[in-house]
Design a binder for this molecule. Structure first.
Ligand code: ATP
Ligand code: MG
Ligand code: FE
Length: 333
């Protein structure tokens, strides 16, 4: 079954052709990072316009690279949310055009189910499994007992991990998006600043990162006021150690309670080297999987993979009234 994936929820225009849920024939990603960098973050209005400019080209490239024709596609899977509404609608409308023109069924996919299914592409899935979702807008622990069955055990009560990374990067003047830059600097620093590990021993699976973020900002501000030397490497390392300690501790707690067969990590922060290392060091009894780098941040291959299993599970298509949603519940599929 050939699925055409379409992803435009934020600042990547991406289209992909995936066969049977894991054979990626093409995965074209047009990133707008260069443009948004000038503003220190994604500007929604600009993002929508850039999607409009690039979307037709990316569709054509994805089909060409896959070596097939639109008429060969069996299903179109498009991100319907959560995300920037203007951006989502560009992908959804482009997907509708192809659906109508070639008479191909269409389904709307939850962006986070895509991040989770990025793991299926190279590793498959073995249930029950625990998914640690760490992205720009989400930080959650999800228990899956079978395909396309998402039980949220806990989530951040305020900032997402990726958001905190980007904020800390801004304080350290590392540009946007800051996650990869903080990760890189952390390798040369020491955990010398002893930042707090929020909620690390709380009796639940929730997280909180806004207090830690403020702590980093205040420490930086106070040191500057006192004219002290600021070692960016140590800031990056101390922040990364604090974040990953909390993520790993809660992941282990959930792994043990629910006796899962594997742990998978999903979302942009799954690219983080500190998190990868710590999870691999601390979890030895079950496998821990991460998507390959290209499938960690936003891409359409993950949406096609998720769409394939969503269709297999529910056997239902959407119709051409399909809409975009800035907020959307994952558990309702
Ligand atoms: P969501 O998926 O929640 O809607 P999003 O799509 O904006 O949000 P992703 O594309 O999944 O987020 O991930 C982007 C985030 O990942 C950014 O916050 C970025 O800083 C972070 N990130 C990417 N690489 C790394 C890394 N190596 N270390 C830490 N953070 C990283
Ligand atoms: Mg992005
Ligand atoms: Fe994402």
């Amino acid at each position: 079954m050939y699925v055409l994936g379409v992803e435009t929820s934020c600042d990547e225009t991406s289209v992909s052709v995936v066969k049977d849920g894991n054979i990626v024939l093409s995965n074209q990603v047009l990133s707008q990072i260069d443009i948004h960098q000038n503003y220190g973050g994604v500007v929604p209005e600009i993002a929508s316009r850039e999607h409009v400019k690039g979307v037709t080209y990316v569709f054509d490239q994805a089909i060409k690279k896959a070596g097939i024709a639109f008429k060969d596609i069996d299903l179109i899977a498009v991100t319907k949310g959560p995300g920037l509404i203007g951006s989502l609608l560009i992908g959804i409308n482009a997907a509708k055009v192809i659906s109508m023109n070639y008479n191909i069924p269409i389904i709307g996919v939850h962006h986070i189910s895509g991040h989770i299914y990025a793991n299926y592409i190279d590793h498959g899935m073995n249930f029950p499994l625990l998914a640690l979702v760490v992205s720009g807008g989400h930080t959650e622990l999800i228990l899956m007992k079978e395909h396309f069955d998402f039980n949220k055990l806990g989530e951040t009560q305020d900032d997402a991990v990726g958001e905190a990374y980007d904020k800390v990067a801004r304080i350290l003047d590392l540009g946007y998006p800051g996650g990869p830059a903080v990760d890189q600097l952390a390798k040369e620093g020491k955990d010398s600043l002893h930042f707090p590990r929020p909620m690390i021993h709380s009796d639940d699976y929730h997280f909180s990162f806004s207090g830690l973020k403020s702590h980093v900002i205040n420490t930086h501000h106070n040191m500057k006021q006192r004219g002290e030397d600021i070692c960016k490497e140590d800031f990056a390392r101390s922040f990364q150690e604090a974040v990953t300690d909390v993520l790993v501790e809660k992941t282990i707690k959930a792994k043990n309670e629910f006796k899962v067969k594997e742990v998978i990590v999903a979302g942009g922060v799954a690219a983080n080297s500190g998190l990868r290392q710590k999870l691999n060091e601390r979890i030895k009894d079950v496998p821990v999987y991460f998507p390959k780098m290209a499938y960690c941040t936003d891409n359409a291959a993950m949406i096609a993979a998720a769409g394939y299993f969503q269709y297999k599970k529910h056997g239902e298509y959407d119709d051409l009234y399909i809409n975009g949603y800035s907020r959307l519940n994952l558990e309702r599929g």
